[in-house]
Design a protein around this ligand. Structure first.
Ligand SMILES: Nc1nc2c(ncn2[C@@H]2O[C@H](COP(=O)(O)OP(=O)(O)OP(=O)(O)O)[C@@H](O)[C@H]2O)c(=O)[nH]1
Ligand SMILES: [Mg+2]
Length: 261
């Protein structure tokens, strides 16, 4: 009985296949190829769209001198607390998460990949691993101990701003003046001006020294003019924050401007 049913089904299917073959033969060849072409093109188009969607970077890189407060800020973004008692980091700290401040928001929110690269000079080359996927770079500055570190911070920032990948991809940079919870912290305007002054000096000395090996290093600013961040091809902005007390709204704004929710 069951076998009969199977035979019947087989016949039916064979019948359908024959019908389909007849139909296909009735369609002019050119039309058939055109139809197949359209289907293949559509599939290709959708694959392409997916590929591009996925390639959109969602990494925000936290950099800056050791002790500027990157790790505290990382935890503030992730957990909404500072994890008091952090020590000098020896490894990059990374995570993909929905910002703590957005946890209670309705709807699907895109997580952000945040990387905190320690300021220790041995670990700085790690930046090159993360820059290709960077949607934005946050350069954290200690606004409290700014003056003694101004030169070192400017050198580090100079290196970042002249990196080929940063210039070519026009990766936006946010200079984040941290620790403004203390009254003695310098203002972001003061810090911006000092950094510009120091970078202006560096620019003169460095181009004089390394004229020969500037091949993959981009030069900064406009020749003959005093350096200002507004001359950079990528957008460079300043903001302030306190990782310790959780005043990081300007940073969160920067993150969401460049990694869409
Ligand atoms: N007052 C004040 N202190 C802060 C703030 N943020 C960080 N600190 C202190 O600064 C010190 C360094 O902070 P970290 O977050 O460890 O610094 P880091 O940039 O990660 O340093 P490395 O890992 O060495 O590169 C710690 O003692 C923090 O408590 C802040 O907003 N205000
Ligand atoms: Mg750290």
């Amino acid at each position: 009985m069951e076998k009969d049913g199977f035979e019947q089904l087989k016949h039916q299917v064979e019948e359908w296949v024959r019908e389909a073959e007849k139909l296909v033969h009735q369609i002019p060849q050119t039309q058939l190829y055109a139809a197949i072409g359209v289907v293949l093109l559509t599939i290709f188009f959708f694959l392409l769209v997916r590929l591009f969607k996925r390639a959109k970077p969602n990494t925000i890189v936290l950099t800056g001198l050791s002790g500027s407060g990157k790790t505290v800020i990382f935890y503030q973004l992730r957990d909404g607390s500072s994890h008091q008692g952090t020590v000098t980091s020896m490894e990059p700290n990374e995570g993909t998460f929905v910002l703590h401040s957005e946890i209670n928001k309705k709807g699907k929110i895109k997580p952000v990949h945040i990387v905190d690269v320690p300021g220790h000079s041995r670990l700085r080359p790690k930046l090159d691993e993360f820059f290709p996927q960077a949607a934005g770079i946050v350069f954290v500055v200690d606004a409290l101990e700014f003056l003694p570190n101004c030169r070192a911070a400017s050198e580090y920032l100079y290196d970042i701003l002249t990196k080929a990948i940063v210039v070519r991809k026009k990766i936006p940079v946010l200079i984040l003046c941290n620790k403004v919870d203390k009254v003695t912290a310098h203002t972001k305007e003061f810090i911006r001006k000092q950094l510009e002054k120091e970078i202006d000096k560096l620019r003169a000395s460095r181009t004089a020294v390394s004229e020969a090996d500037v091949a993959n290093e981009y030069s900064l600013g406009v020749p003959g003019e005093v350096f200002a961040f507004s001359q950079c091809q990528n957008k460079v902005t300043v903001a302030d924050a306190s990782g310790l007390t959780g005043e990081i709204s300007q940073l969160e704004q920067f993150v969401r401007e460049h990694v869409k929710a």
